[in-house]
Write a protein that binds this ligand. Sequence first.
Ligand SMILES: CC(C)(COP(=O)(O)OP(=O)(O)OC[C@H]1O[C@@H](n2cnc3c(N)ncnc32)[C@H](O)[C@@H]1O)[C@@H](O)C(=O)NCCC(=O)NCCS
Ligand SMILES: Nc1ncnc2c1ncn2[C@@H]1O[C@H](COP(=O)(O)OP(=O)(O)OP(=O)(O)O)[C@@H](O)[C@H]1O
Length: 204
Amino acid sequence: MNHLRKPVVGLTGGIGSGKTAVSNRMAELGAHVIDTDLIAHQLTAPGGLAIPALIATFGPQCIQQDGAMNRAYMRQRVFDNPDERKQLEGILHPLIRDEVGAQLQKDTGLYSVLVIPLLIEKGGWMHLLDHIVVVDCDTETQIKRVMDRNGFTREQVIAILKTQTDRQARLSRADLVIENNSSLSELIEKTDWAHGEILKLRLN
Ligand SMILES: CC(C)(COP(=O)(O)OP(=O)(O)OC[C@H]1O[C@@H](n2cnc3c(N)ncnc32)[C@H](O)[C@@H]1O)[C@@H](O)C(=O)NCCC(=O)NCCS
Ligand SMILES: Nc1ncnc2c1ncn2[C@@H]1O[C@H](COP(=O)(O)OP(=O)(O)OP(=O)(O)O)[C@@H](O)[C@H]1O
């Protein structure tokens, strides 16, 4: 890694693994968090940069009355249809990358954390990253947490999980693993430890 600048950390994990909980804590501790899910939501909000291309590709029915992308409708379409998922990613991912690049320039924290759910699945991120942190929990726990949080059925969560890389493949790429099978307070403790490790990188 380049020792003359602050570290850039890639934070990944499967759906519902705890990325947001970890990155929120890192932000509290002084990290500059750049969340690609949040950017994707902004791009698809009313007036968002991706809206014209979404209408051209998926038709006006993909937009709800307030002008935002209809997420439930698109979720149904893309997690059942790999070609449509690739089309949606083809619209959003280049715009997400541009925005990540812009936010990285701001460099407002002790280190930057790029929260990227599809870090392992999609190429093109590694050159930006000094360190990869994986949040990991048992698949059953993931399923239960997403069902509770989003009101999804078990089948809906499994359909999303099937489009993501398996845990072992993700773990094999990790420089640091935050295990999240127990309580939120333990997750905070582990995140505080990870934060300390990342700060040591900066001092190396
Ligand atoms: C499919 C969409 C409409 C579903 O919206 P929804 O509000 O239900 O989910 P949200 O955007 O909050 O994402 C939640 C989680 O779903 C998973 N997920 C999202 N997109 C994808 C994808 N293309 N492939 C696999 N998993 C995905 C991730 O674990 C993510 O953290 C939405 O996720 C989307 O627009 N996806 C394409 C953009 C993308 O790839 N985002 C990931 C960040 S790079
Ligand atoms: N250790 C834990 N104990 C109990 N609930 C947890 C724990 N960790 C996370 N959760 C809850 O599980 C859900 C998923 O966590 P979180 O949103 O942080 O995951 P995520 O990886 O960001 O998810 P996504 O991929 O969908 O964006 C949230 O409702 C969160 O509050």
